[in-house]
Design a protein. Structure first.
Length: 623
């Protein structure tokens, strides 16, 4: 154990009873977990088949198993070998329990495609007017998952996406459809396992005898239902070895409950606690700056993280007038890094939401630098609001087509029905005749004709402004947001981003050519992603977790972006701070944090997190 720190050795040599291992960034937690399994098998003669290692992702489980196998291959094999140690995700472990009890097979697991289809069927039956169907279905799916994992009674749940009655009908329709097909989703795996082990003590006892030593990685991401099942399985010996970092808990929106880790020693008063506080990844400057930020959180285990990555460059905080200049700077820095012999795959651009990297992607394409995007980046120009704007513009250009008028017929409300459009081509005379007995509707038709005539003389930037404020599209969005229980600011932000992207184009044709080219490049980018071996990594803060890079840029560190504008309550702000901490601690050698005074048409202020790390730092604007 001479190659390990004192705290690592203490964790590895722990045998019986519960232990909480607090593992800071870059502290070698995977090594500790695999070495501890090796210690149990080799030094304590514990049967490999009685050891269960649980992770949160399939990739992590595979990596853990491979590292453990390599460790064991270097040693004399214990009697009976070592291959029977179980490594798996919560879902894989629990599905195995269900498989043996209920005879489920992989064919019983619903695919994501079928899941969305069943949800869509429920929505379609209710004839809801939903413009952003994909977003709506994703939101509903997330809420169904939350209800199951939190074991919330359906009648007590208040939906964020629609009325309670609508949500209940969608939920019940989805569950009924699933039941008829004898399918289960990933959340059902947890619910059914909980019910089985709670009700069948004989089955619970059998699994308790099988798994006498349980190790859990990334414990800070556990949800309530997972923890309740885990507690059942660990009884009566409670040989629970949990590893995690409460400062890196960033999945509350998926049901993760960081307070479970914080209260672990209340649930298990006999539990020991070990702090892995050596960061072998990052320089002193990065560790200390990140430490000052996360120390502002009140609900956490206090830690003194020690940097073992040596001294390095100061963390830099840079201010820019706008995103174009911000991204141009980042691209030049990356070029300089490459010119000095640096590998592009050791560079990351990290951002808070997946809508942010549009400008940096444009610049990377412009500079012909290869890159990989870890998250799906939505194409702004495929948003339903963009489609509405394009309809208005094509009408202003004289398309005269029914298919262009139909989507915006009542955006804003004009009291027009699709029946007034009797042909593929629009007949304004027919429409006026159709409503000849309703003067107020005819007034609206004539006003629309006038608006389109006015727009025909404008460029795209001015036209969007006209659609927003004169035609009344912005008011329509506010009404729609109220119906959908959405934050209207999200919709207005899309509108502003579209308007900003049109600023430099003088005609609709010019803007449409740019949009077509951009969309084509984005499609090509998706196809090429797997081919990029040495490229800059673009990733959200969430997806950056667990990764490390020599050089990191954090994009748009401004109030309203990070912390995100929706984070108002203290628990939400603390989660935002944890996300920023995760982003900072991905950097090994160089960390640059950028913010812009203007994002789109919105004036911005620097993120409070920049101020929080200012102690003992230089600001040129360089930390």
């Amino acid at each position: 154990m001479s190659s390990f720190t004192k705290s690592q050795s203490e964790a590895i040599r722990h045998v019986d009873g519960p232990l909480l291992v607090l593992a800071g960034p870059g502290s070698g937690k995977t090594t500790v977990v695999t070495k501890r399994v090796q210690y149990l098998v080799q030094d304590c003669s514990i049967s490999p088949s009685s050891i269960l290692v649980i992770t949160f992702t399939k990739a992590a489980a595979t990596e853990m198993k491979e590292r453990f196998t390599r460790l064991m291959e270097q040693q004399a094999q214990p009697p009976g070998g070592y291959g029977n140690v179980s490594f798996g995700t919560f879902h894989a472990v629990f599905f195995n329990i269900l498989k043996l009890s209920y005879g489920f097979t992989v064919a019983n697991i619903i695919t994501e495609e079928t899941r969305r289809q069943y949800l869509k069927e429920s929505v379609d039956r209710m004839k809801l007017e939903i413009d952003d169907e994909n977003e709506f279905l994703t939101g509903i799916a997330g809420e169904i998952s939350l209800i199951k994992n939190e074991r919330v009674e359906l009648e007590h749940y208040f939906s964020k996406n629609c009325s309670e009655e609508v949500f209940r009908k969608i939920y019940e329709g989805y569950e009924e459809r699933k039941k008829r097909a004898r399918l289960i989703d990933f959340d059902d795996m947890l619910v059914y396992t909980w019910e089985l082990l709670s009700q069948r003590k004989d089955i619970l006892s059998a699994w308790q005898k099988k798994y006498q030593y349980i190790l859990v990685d990334e414990f800070q991401d556990i949800n309530r239902l997972q923890y309740d099942i885990l507690r059942l399985l660990a009884e009566p010996e409670n040989n629970l070895f949990i590893v995690g970092d409460d400062d890196q808990s960033i999945y509350r929106f998926r049901g993760a409950r960081p307070e479970i880790m914080l209260n672990f020693r209340k649930d298990y008063p006999q539990s020991g606690q070990v702090l892995l506080n050596d960061n072998f990844r990052s320089t002193t400057q990065i560790v200390e700056a990140a430490g000052r930020v996360i120390a502002r959180n009140k609900t956490r285990f206090p830690k003194n993280i020690i940097a073992r990555g040596g001294d390095g460059a100061l963390v830099r905080s840079l201010e820019f007038p706008d995103q174009q200049q911000e991204c141009t700077y980042i691209l030049r820095e990356i070029q300089n890094w490459q010119a000095r012999g640096g590998s592009l795959r050791q560079v990351a651009v990290i951002y808070r939401t997946n809508t942010q990297p549009r400008v940096v992607i444009q610049k990377l394409m412009e500079y012909n630098l290869p890159f990989r995007v870890r998250d799906q980046v939505p194409n702004l120009f495929q948003h339903w609001i963009a489609r509405d704007l394009f309809c208005y513009m094509r009408l202003a250009m004289g398309s005269g087509l029914r298919k262009d008028l139909l989507p915006v017929l009542n955006r804003p409300k004009r009291y027009l029905s699709r029946e007034c459009l009797n042909d593929e081509r629009i007949s304004w005379e027919y429409m006026l005749d159709f409503y000849k007995d309703k003067r107020y509707v005819c007034d609206r038709i004539e006003r629309l004709q006038y608006d389109l005539k006015m727009m025909s003389r404008m460029g795209p930037f001015a036209a969007i402004n006209y659609i927003r404020h004169v035609i009344g599209y912005e008011e329509y969005l506010k009404e729609y947001a109220g119906f959908r229980r959405m934050n209207v600011e999200d919709l207005l932000e899309v509108l502003s981003d579209l308007q900003e992207s049109a600023r430099e184009y003088h005609t609709y044709e010019e803007w449409f050519i740019y949009i077509e080219k951009y969309t084509e490049e984005m499609e090509q980018l998706k196809k090429r992603q797997q081919e990029v071996k040495d490229g800059v990594h673009l990733t959200t803060m969430h997806s950056s977790k667990g990764l490390e890079y020599e050089k990191v840029f954090i994009l748009d560190a401004a109030e309203g972006i990070t912390p995100y504008k929706k984070a108002v309550l203290e628990p939400d702000l603390e989660e935002e701070r944890r996300m920023f901490y995760v982003a900072m601690t991905r950097a090994k050698k160089e960390l640059t944090i950028c913010w812009t005074k203007k994002v789109g048409s919105h004036e911005k202020k620097p993120s409070r997190f920049l101020e929080e790390m200012q102690e003992e730092v230089r600001n040129d604007r360089t930390i």
